[in-house]
Write a protein that binds this ligand. Structure first.
Ligand code: MN
Ligand code: MG
Length: 661
């Protein structure tokens, strides 16, 4: 069935629409939030990282192009910063006139049709950005960033052109060609001028995304745009428009005249089930307010595809149907099975008999800057006077976690300083990611005193999460602590040698909330099961939770720093899930840890443990940790640890006296 109506847009599925000779298939392909992940390589761990990187995604891009008669390729911003290569190029290599930035070189080689700017494009200053963009072979669009603001958006002197009209010839199913004018407009989060204030103050001004769209889209129509694509470096947030909102996808989709939305910024995948139930969003078909929209993860993890089925009759283009999907680079690599990876950093075998693909040529062109970056990452960024380890995180010895908590708090506090949330106290939730468990007795963070380089940051924070901050009540904080306290087995008073940790709860689900003084009573049953479901609603292990020396008032509100994984609802922690974020700006937590370390320069001994336990006289527990803990037993002297040999899996067993906990 083909629905034709007075509206330009009819969100019917492709499967229902017979492709006739008068219909034209136009495919829009998106990359977003590449963060200068070109090669599939992780500079934090100094090792290959399959499943990310534009050069890996390029294989999918070429395949997606080959499937469609007509395709356009767009990047949605945040391409310039995010790996050590980006920092190396901006701060050390500098670059001489005529040098092409590898990101731009890659986008030119892959024949992008247009790109927009994300917030991170400004991290290295305007001069660096503008000289980088000068090498771009395709138009760069952004409508809501201006070097001089007029009375209304159309009176602004924008930093780059607000939109572009791409005149293309589209081939229909019968092979006939038809001219079309495709309007492409770009948007960035208006907060960028605050986030990079030191670069942008008085030099760049921003406007609300929706206000800007309402102003420019009619002009694009007047200028003959047949179809309008919004390259919106913004995520899916609140349904209602609020002035200056950061994640404006839903109200933007409602702006008349926009036919398709390329999204990004909050590093998620759309369509995906996480958005099920979000008002105005169809998480299955990939539409927002009825418009096709796509968000393709981050670091080149996915490409996003919007297929438009168009008709061209009487000189007028109409959108008959749409289809939205993402394709995962990791999934494609898994399907390819034993086939050798198409992209390997470093030396490339390029022989005259087998002409190099564009991907191979790009990898070869990046090889030298890749090696220079690997040399740069070995330089220390700071030093630590104390050992940073995770052997006793569950016992409240959280020096390594406090460092992460401080880094999160610094970033979130700065980001919220200009908002109505600045008065709320900021708590910071952290978990020991490398903490034994199924990964074995060697899987602990263990950094000796001395210099700290990037690889140590990856050791401290082993997942590439992004920062997120939630607005929570004290009651929700206490529920969060109950979920965390459920990581332990129950200790019966007078009991002997019960294993302390519930082996079914991974380290990353033991959350410590930095900023509170907490006491757990492990003689009580757990409220939560290992999967995060409530198994005993009245169970209370949180004996004490105090802020600033005073017990929490249940109605009191806080900002709680956490990460994108947790904020999405993973692990069943309360107050999480779509729509709960006060801040989710896509900053990678490892990056803000590095920034924090560069600020403090030296890690020194921290505050008292944020978690204590209610003493249980005559009670002992068995605690399993990595054998490397032997060097640090003095830190848990209050438990009078006795060594009990190794477990069958190789963990060091300690008998702990809970009467003095
Ligand atoms: Mn980003
Ligand atoms: Mg961003």
């Amino acid at each position: 069935m083909i629905v034709r109506g007075s509206t330009l847009f009819n969100p019917i599925s492709f499967a229902d629409a017979a492709v006739g000779s008068r219909t034209v298939h136009l495919r829009l392909i998106e990359t977003t939030d590449l963060h200068l992940h070109l090669l599939p390589f992780d500079y934090f761990t100094d090792s290959p990282s399959p499943g990310v990187g534009l050069l890996a995604a390029a294989e999918l891009i070429e395949a997606a192009r080959a499937e469609a008669e007509n395709a356009l390729l767009f990047d949605n911003g945040d391409f310039l910063q995010g790996t050590a290569m980006g920092d190396y190029l901006a701060y050390q290599r500098k670059g001489t006139a005529g040098d092409l930035h590898p990101a731009i070189n890659a986008m030119n080689a892959l024949r992008y049709d247009a790109i927009t700017l994300g917030n991170h494009e400004f991290n290295y200053g305007i001069d660096f950005l503008m000289s980088t963009l000068s090498g771009a072979a395709c138009p760069v669009v952004s409508a809501n960033l201006a070097t001089r603001k007029g009375a209304a958006p159309r009176g602004d002197r924008t930093l780059v052109r607000p939109y572009v009209l791409l005149d293309r010839m589209l081939t229909d199913a019968s092979g006939a060609r038809h001219p079309i004018r495709i309007g492409v407009i770009g948007f960035a989060p208006p907060q960028v001028i605050d986030w990079d204030r030191h670069h942008l103050h008085n030099a760049v001004h921003s406007r609300d995304i929706v206000e800007t769209a309402r102003a420019w889209v009619p002009e694009m129509r007047e200028a003959g745009a047949d179809v309008i694509v919004a390259l919106a470096h913004t995520g899916i947030g609140a349904a209602q428009h609020g002035d200056g909102m950061e994640n404006a996808a839903i109200p933007l989709a409602r702006v008349p005249g926009i036919d398709a939305l390329m999204l990004g910024h909050n590093h998620m995948v759309f369509p995906s089930p996480i958005f099920t139930g979000t008002a105005g969003v169809d998480a299955q078909t990939g539409t927002i307010a009825g418009k096709p929209a796509v968000m393709s993860g981050f670091w080149g993890s996915h490409i996003g595809l919007i297929d438009l089925l168009l008709s061209h009759e009487g000189g007028r283009w109409q959108v008959l149907g749409t289809h939205t999907q993402t394709r995962s680079v990791a999934a494609a690599a898994a399907t390819a099975g034993q086939a050798a990876p198409a992209v390997t950093p470093g030396r490339q075998k390029v022989s005259a008999s087998s002409p190099a693909t564009v991907v191979e040529r790009l990898a070869a062109s990046i090889a030298s800057v890749h090696e220079d970056t690997r040399n740069a990452i070995r330089r220390p960024v700071a030093r630590t006077d104390v050992a940073l380890h995770s052997y006793f995180a569950h016992l409240g010895e959280t020096q390594a976690l406090s460092l992460i908590a401080d880094a999160q708090r610094r970033h979130v506090t700065a980001r919220l300083a200009d908002t109505g949330l600045r008065a709320l106290p900021v708590l910071s939730a952290v978990a020991p990611f490398k903490c034994g468990g199924l990964s074995g007795p060697g899987h602990f963070t263990d950094i000796p005193p001395g210099p700290l380089a990037l690889r140590h940051i990856a050791d401290l924070y082993s997942f590439p999460n992004a920062i997120a901050a939630l607005r929570v009540t004290a009651a929700e904080v206490i529920a969060w602590l109950e979920r965390s306290a459920s990581a332990f087995n129950r200790l019966r008073p007078g009991g002997e040698d019960v294993l302390l940790r519930d082996a079914r709860v991974p380290g990353y689900n033991f959350e410590v909330i930095d900023g509170l003084e907490v006491e757990f009573d492990l003689s009580q049953p757990a409220r939560y099961g290992p999967d995060g479901t409530i198994i005993n609603a009245v169970a209370e292990r949180v004996r004490k939770a105090a802020f600033d020396g005073k017990p929490l008032d249940p109605a009191q509100e806080f900002i709680l720093c956490t990460n994108s994984y947790r904020a999405s609802g993973a692990g069943g922690f309360p107050a999480t899930g779509a729509g709960r974020c006060a801040l989710q700006d896509g900053t990678i937590t490892r990056d803000l840890i590095r920034d924090h370390l560069e600020q403090i320069q030296t890690v020194t001994s921290g505050a008292a443990p944020p978690v204590r336990f209610t003493p249980l006289p005559g009670t002992h527990a068995l605690f399993e940790t990595g054998p490397g803990a032997a060097a640090h037993l003095d830190q848990i002297a209050r438990f009078q640890p006795e060594r009990r040999g190794l477990s069958s899996a190789g963990f060091m067993r300690l008998r702990l006296d809970w009467s003095s906990a």
